[in-house]
Each structure stands twice: as structure tokens, then as C-alpha cells.
Design a protein around this ligand. Structure first.
Ligand code: ADP
Ligand code: MG
Length: 369
């Protein structure tokens, strides 16, 4: 693998009109490989746009360095960096037709007309807009405008494409379609995409790796499965996916395993090497791993009886909210299949819940001593 982007210790501060200093990026380091689809995920205001603007050269850093394809670009102006950005607003030129919008950056570079026509043609083909060259921008749907914006950003062959919440303005169905198209396009052209979203589901489905940001700092960086199954903090566990967090205390650690006691007094042993003896932890279990009314699970399990408080039908699953003595209310899922539909529990029913020890992941509590 070949790093296309190497961002080291980037810090960016803004001073508000009333003199407050906002640290939008705090010592952020990130390496992106060629061909990689990396997503910046985090709540509004966490620094996602600032990070993209720093990479593209629209924002100077207080400290840190940026290398793109082996060349230091920290002090290069935006137009000299081999990157391009797709914005949520598309920022298309309404008075130019589709072809001229796509051709714009090549015209500025002074490329011969015939070459431009060729390149624009193949770009429009790539994004599925063959034959749309003469259309006016306001004659296009949201999805088509999005494709024009993509074609315009890709035509100058950037080494990295930056995308700032490009799908946020689209309705859900179109958004899902564009997610798949974008992913396929990225694999086809084989350049790195740094994609911004505040939507965890979008991040999980599209990314090779996800960077979770909060208040200008990287909380965790890893594959979608890593972040979903093995979050390092409560913030990441809560931000990505639905989850149940149970209280636990580490009794002792031995090798790469830890013995943990639950409030009920039950002790379990987890294969995790990052835990500290006598510290508090939260035990994460995802709703799909809380099994309802199942018997005969071969591995060690925790099991408890609870009372169904609410049940929601969401199409693929029934979501159960279950009250259990001595625990927070637990979320469980029952797959909605022909087989299960006839005996889905109802509110008020007593159900037996079981959790395999394997599906528990311990997260260190922040203020352990
Ligand atoms: P995100 O894209 O994740 O929503 P931003 O990168 O836009 O977040 O902003 C990060 C933080 O920096 C926010 O607190 C925001 O208010 C602040 N910020 C961004 N740009 C400026 C600016 N030009 N002047 C002052 N504060 C800014
Ligand atoms: Mg933003």
C-alpha cells in the first residue's frame, strides 16, 4: 500500500468575534492509502469540514504538516494541490450547461478544445450522464446535479477526492442509490476518497475505514466492523449503532483475559487485553446479540427474564424494549421472518433473554483509577 495522504499533528484554531478561541482540530494525524475510501464521521461542529478544508488548502494550520503523494503541500495554495472537493450544495454554475460545468477546470488550465470535449464526454459517461451535455442545470434532478458535481471534480484527475456531506440533500431512496454508485465509482477510478458524513449508517456501508471525530479530536480510527464491534469509548459505542451498555467492574486481569463482575454478582471472563484490574467498565452488547426466548445456546451465556415494555416493527426486525430487574432496559431484536412472525412477543409478556459472553465487549470507563 502507498500512502496518498499523510496528515501529521494538525491543529487548527479559530477566534470568534468576541475573542473566544475554538480548537476545531486538535493534533489530528491521519494516513490515507491510495484507493482507500475513508470517512470522517462525527456530530455537527466536530471539525469534519475544517479537516477537509485543511487538506484542500482553504484553511491554514496552526501546527502540523500535510503530505500528498510524497510531496509536502502544507504551504501550497489550494489551486496547486492535487485534490478536489464535492460540496453538499454542489456549487454548480447555473448559467452554464452540463458540459461547460464539467469542462470549467480544464478550460482554466488552457487544455485544447478537442481534448476537453473528449474528457468531458468520458466523464459524463462515467457518471451515467451520457447525452446530457447540453442540458441546463435547472433541468436536472437532485441526483443528476450530484453526478455533474462529481464529474466536474473528477475531470482534472485529482489524486484525492474530498466529499463534504455530498448526499445529505437527497431523499432516502436516492441517497441509498447514490451511496452505491459513489462506492462503485470510487472502486472503478481507484483514487482515494475522503468522505464526510454525520450519518453513521452511511459511514458503515461505504467506508474502508472510518475516522470518528469529536470536538476536533480523533476518537477512533478503524474498519466499520472494528468500530461497531470493538469501540474504544462510550462515545464511539453510542455514536455508531444501537447498543446496550451494562455496568461492570474488572475483578482481575490475567494474560489477555479479564474477569468482570456484574451488579448481579455474576462473574464473566472476557478475552480482552486492554482492561485494568479494579476499574469500572461498560459492557456493550448490540441488540441483535440479545436473543429472545432461545434455549440451547452452546457457549456460556448470561440469561435473565424480563418484561416487554415496547415493541416496534421496523420491517426487517421487531425491536423489543425489555425491562430487566437490576439492569437498564435492554434492546433486543427479533428477526421478522415467516417463521418468527407467528410468535413475536407482545408488550407485557415475560421473555427470557440470553447474551453469549462472546458478544460482550468491555469499554473502559473514562474516570477509572
Ligand atoms: P463540522 O463540519 O464537523 O460540522 P466544522 O469543521 O465546520 O464542523 O467546525 C468545527 C468548529 O469550528 C465549530 O465549532 C465551528 O463553529 C468552528 N468554525 C468553523 N469555521 C469557523 C470560522 N471560520 N470561524 C470561527 N469558527 C469556525
Ligand atoms: Mg461540515
Amino acid at each position: 500500500m502507498h500512502p496518498i495522504l499523510n496528515l501529521k499533528n494538525a491543529t487548527k484554531q479559530f477566534t470568534t468575534p468576541d475573542g473566544h478561541i475554538i480548537t476545531a482540530l486538535n493534533n489530528v494525524s491521519l494516513i490515507v492509502e491510495q484507493n482507500e475510501f475513508v470517512t470522517l464521521l462525527g456530530p455537527s461542529g466536530c471539525g469534519k469540514t475544517t479537516l477537509l478544508r485543511a487538506i484542500s488548502g482553504f484553511e491554514d494550520l496552526e501546527t502540523g504538516s500535510i503530505t500528498i503523494d510524497g510531496a509536502l503541500v502544507t504551504n501550497l495554495p489550494a489551486h496547486k494541490r492535487p485534490v478536489n472537493t464535492v460540496f453538499q450544495s454542489y456549487a454548480l454554475f447555473p448559467h452554464l450547461n452540463v458540459a461547460r460545468n464539467v469542462a470549467y477546470s480544464l478550460e482554466i488550465l488552457g487544455m485544447p478544445k478537442a481534448d476537453i470535449t473528449n474528457k468531458v464526454g468520458s466523464m459524463l459517461e462515467l457518471v451515467g450522464l451520457e447525452g446530457f451535455g447540453d442540458r441546463r442545470i435547472n433541468q436536472l434532478s437532485g441526483g443528476q446535479q450530484q453526478r455533474v458535481a462529481l464529474a466536474r471534480s473528477l475531470v482534472a484527475q485529482p489524486k484525492i477526492l474530498l466529499l463534504d456531506e455530498p448526499l445529505s440533500a437527497l431523499d432516502k431512496n436516492l441517497r441509498h442509490k447514490m451511496q452505491q454508485e459513489l462506492k462503485t465509482l470510487q472502486e472503478e477510478i481507484g483514487i482515494a476518497f475522503v468522505f464526510v458524513t454525520h450519518d453513521q449508517e452511511e459511514a458503515l456501508t461505504m467506508s474502508d475505514r472510518i475516522v470518528v471525530l469529536n470536538e476536533g479530536e480523533i476518537q477512533q480510527l478503524g474498519s466499520p466492523e472494528d468500530l461497531y464491534r470493538r469501540p474504544k469509548s462510550e462515545f464511539v459505542a453510542r455514536f455508531i449503532g444501537e447498543g446496550n451498555l451494562l455496568d461492570g467492574k474488572v475483578v482481575d486481569v490475567f494474560g489477555d483475559r479479564a474477569r468482570i463482575s456484574l451488579p448481579s454478582g455474576t462473574e464473566i471472563v472476557l478475552s480482552q487485553s486492554n482492561l485494568i484490574a479494579r476499574s469500572d467498565v461498560k459492557l456493550l452488547v448490540r441488540p441483535e446479540d440479545v436473543l429472545v426466548g432461545q434455549v440451547g445456546i452452546p457457549k456460556e451465556v448470561l440469561s435473565f427474564n424480563g418484561i416487554v415494555d415496547h415493541i416496534f416493527f421496523v420491517g426487517t426486525d421487531y425491536q423489543l424494549i425489555v425491562k430487566v430487574d437490576g439492569y437498564p432496559t435492554l434492546k433486543a431484536l427479533v428477526r421478522s421472518t415467516g417463521e418468527t412472525r407467528s410468535h413475536v412477543p407482545a408488550a407485557g409478556d415475560t421473555v427470557c433473554l440470553s447474551i453469549s459472553i462472546d458478544s460482550l465487549h468491555a469499554i473502559p470507563s473514562v474516570d477509572h483509577n
